[in-house]
Design a protein around this ligand. Structure first.
Ligand SMILES: NC(=O)c1ccc[n+]([C@@H]2O[C@H](COP(=O)([O-])OP(=O)(O)OC[C@H]3O[C@@H](n4cnc5c(N)ncnc54)[C@H](OP(=O)(O)O)[C@@H]3O)[C@@H](O)[C@H]2O)c1
Ligand SMILES: C[C@@H]1O[C@H](OP(=O)(O)OP(=O)(O)OC[C@H]2O[C@@H](n3cnc4c(=O)[nH]c(N)nc43)[C@H](O)[C@@H]2O)[C@@H](O)[C@H](O)[C@@H]1O
Length: 318
């Protein structure tokens, strides 16, 4: 049984997701949370991870550590997105299993599903047809993680499961224009263009793809839900069940930021998958659903950006 003093290792605690999970757990009174920065423990390094687990022996592992990026970073650095993520998750899953970790929560992404999935996407649609090319490498690594947890569950009867969040946003996101996802990129672009006298903003692709956006605090609540309840299955979608076009998102952020210049769509940049709306009925039936409205969430994220823009996280690929 997991309780408030159970040792919980949150991998990736300085990231947008990991930090939201740690804050949420602490607010609920969990008092034995173990963390390590990548500089202290490189999760790609098998020997370091083996030693860490032999010393700490966590009862629960929440895997929020990964090589993460937006559409261009994924397209341009497939090798790092495949290999780093495989190494990180293989080490975490393997040494959790060898050290009797009772519960493992693996975080993937909605890009594991086929590019042209029927919508909304049910968990059963995994591996039914080809992946989107821009994030194939990342998706392959995440699919391997989902399957590894599924096989641990089947073969060893342990509570290892995977949550597949849709596109996430919130405080402590990556706002670097080359490597970030669309929502923080738009906040940065509209803000900077407004500061420069409402210069035009250049956005990528055609604006026609649809995306679903979940506030990271809602994901943290879903992870806590998975921690506190034994999930009967191995794979669960986590989203709002609602999506909008990238063009609609741009207009919403433009209005929140108060930019009044033009928007130019650079269609030499990729659109990515046309739509990836998650079917979230499985989690809803168990008792979890998202609470934050997109507009409120963006306003809160923009306020965080304004307060922290002097010291923003910039993720470079090396
Ligand atoms: N962002 C999204 O839109 C989104 C959507 C769906 C799913 N997800 C999933 O959510 C998880 C977290 O994403 P995020 O957005 O929070 O990413 P993030 O902000 O970039 O954070 C990633 C974290 O992983 C850690 N990490 C990376 N490489 C590492 C290594 N070699 N050794 C140790 N730690 C390492 C980093 O640690 P340091 O800070 O210590 O370097 C960082 O804290 C990922 O599994 C991702 O697939 C994210
Ligand atoms: C959640 C993540 O989603 C990622 O896919 P994906 O939604 O296309 O990733 P994003 O980078 O968020 O892009 C979403 C959409 O926004 C468009 N877009 C418009 N302007 C911009 C901009 O300035 N920056 C960015 N980044 N996009 C922009 C982009 O072309 C794409 O159609 C995957 O590559 C990952 O593997 C992961 O699954």
């Amino acid at each position: 049984m997991i309780n408030k003093v159970s040792k919980i290792y949150v991998a990736g605690h300085r990231g947008m997701v990991g930090s939201a999970i740690v804050n949420h757990l602490k607010s609920l009174g969990y008092e034995n949370i173990v963390t390590r920065r990548s500089g202290e423990l490189d999760l790609r390094n098998q020997l370091e991870v083996e030693y860490f687990f032999s010393q700490e022996k966590p009862k629960v592992v929440i895997d929020a550590a990964a090589r993460v990026g937006g559409i261009l970073a994924n397209r341009d650095y497939p090798y790092q997105f495949l290999i780093d993520n495989l190494k990180i998750q293989n080490n975490l899953i393997e040494f959790s299993l060898l050290n009797d970790c009772e519960k493992f929560i693996f975080l993937g992404s909605s890009c594991i599903y086929p590019k042209f999935s029927p919508q909304p996407i049910k968990e059963d649609y995994l591996l039914t047809s080809e992946l989107e090319a821009t994030n194939e490498a990342y998706a392959l690594a995440k699919i391997a993680g989902v399957k590894a947890c599924e096989y641990v569950r089947k073969q060893f009867g342990k509570d290892y499961s995977s949550l597949m969040p849709t596109n996430l946003y919130g405080p402590r996101d990556n706002f670097d224009l080359e490597t970030s996802h669309v929502l923080p990129a738009m906040i940065t672009k509209f803000y900077e263009a407004k500061q420069q006298g409402n210069q035009p903003v250049i956005l990528w692709g055609t604006g026609s793809p649809m995306r679903e956006f979940l506030h990271v605090d809602d994901l943290a609540a879903a992870v806590t839900f998975a921690l506190e309840n034994e999930l009967p299955d191995n794979l669960y979608n986590v989203g709002t069940g609602v999506d909008i076009t990238i063009k609609e998102l741009a207009l919403m952020i433009q209005q929140i930021v108060g930019h009044s210049g033009d928007i130019i769509w650079d269609d030499s940049k990729p659109d990515g998958t046309p739509r990836k709306l998650l079917d979230v009925s499985k989690m809803k039936t168990l008792g979890w659903e998202a609470k934050t409205s997109l507009k409120e969430g963006i306003i809160e994220t923009y306020e965080w950006y304004l307060e922290n823009s002097y010291n923003l996280k910039k993720v470079k690929i090396s």
